[in-house]
Design a protein around this ligand. Structure first.
Ligand code: AVJ
Length: 309
């Protein structure tokens, strides 16, 4: 079993590296160091999403919890440091909290800290790649709140996001719902600054994917020979992150190799930005019959509850 999974992952990575243009999934950012670097990003002045979302949650908490009403279980998708769910645990007091994340080492210690503060809530850390299949057979009879904060939905293309929402709406069985945060389209300078911070933390986060790949597939990427490149693609409404080879790079791994020419890039992430109207429409079309949205005074970020009438 472990072997099959390993070779599937291997194929996925090699396939991406040999494609033209080369790309890897942003899920490869998140080894233990990558999760820590992302956490550092959320403290940067330039990176507004985490801070603004927290503010929206704080300012509208009573309305948000009223919209959600009672739920049995909160399932957080990409829980990371498990900090964002605290206000919901305080106000909703579910019986159970399931934290899903791709990086399980990081998740387990974060969840243990959280459980110390909420001993009455049953908690589970689950290693999951939500870009693959999503189903919750154990929660059939429960009223679920899916919690997907932080604009991680931005890593999906809009059609992929629609598909995920349809799956989540189906898993809800006409009750509970989805509380989701998404970054909004705005001035290009604000967007590009958020992904090109002065301290170079985002660059380190991006470059760390190569370190992670070296570990996963036994490749020999020379990290210092690559550079971070991030920009806002205005026609597709997305920040794109890439890694660019500073000089010709022959990269090898067990059983193969690839020559990247100087200037050639590996596409590592898309982070889609939405308008309020478009995002609400997508949620409606996925099968949620009631969508309520909250934003900050500058309309930088959007928090939506999508449930059922
Ligand atoms: C975790 C996907 C929401 O897209 O803003 C931060 C990841 N990448 N800086 C985002 C990220 C570069 C982040 N998400």
């Amino acid at each position: 079993m472990a072997l099959v999974i390993k070779s599937k992952l291997f194929q996925e990575i090699i396939g991406g590296l040999q494609a033209n243009p080369a790309s890897i999934s942003p899920k490869f950012f998140y080894d233990e160091l990558g999760s820590t670097l992302f956490q550092a990003i959320t403290h940067l002045e330039e990176y507004y999403p985490t801070r603004v979302e927290r503010g929206i949650m704080q300012s509208n908490l009573s309305q948000i919890t009223q919209a959600i009403a009672l739920v049995d279980v909160i399932v957080e998708l990409g829980a990371g440091n498990c900090e964002k769910v605290r206000p919901l645990l305080d106000t909703i007091s579910p019986k159970q909290y399931q934290a899903l994340d791709i990086s399980v080492e990081f998740l387990e210690s974060a969840l243990a800290d959280l459980h110390d503060d909420y001993p009455a809530i049953d908690m589970q850390a689950i290693a999951a790649d939500i870009t693959q299949e999503l189903s919750f057979p154990d929660l059939q009879d429960q009223k679920i709140l899916f919690f997907y904060p932080g604009s991680s939905i931005g890593n999906f293309t809009p059609p992929e996001a629609s598909c995920l929402f349809s799956n989540l709406a189906r898993e809800c069985h006409g009750r509970g719902g989805l509380l989701i945060g998404v970054d909004l389209v705005k001035d290009i300078h604000i967007l590009e600054r958020a992904y090109n911070d002065t301290l170079g933390v985002t660059a380190a986060f991006n470059l760390n994917a190569l370190r992670h790949l070296n570990h996963l597939i036994g490749s020999n990427f020379s990290i210092s020979d690559w550079e971070h490149y991030a920009f806002f693609n205005q026609s597709l409404n997305r920040i794109e992150m890439h890694l660019r080879a500073k000089s010709d790079q022959l990269v090898s791994w067990p059983g193969g190799c690839h020559l990247f020419r100087a200037g050639e890039m590996i596409h590592t992430e898309n982070s889609y930005k939405y308008s309020k109207a478009t995002f609400q429409k997508i949620l409606h079309e996925a099968g949620f019959t009631q969508v309520t949205a909250w934003t900050d005074p500058e309309s930088n970020f959007l928090v939506c509850f999508a449930g059922f009438k």
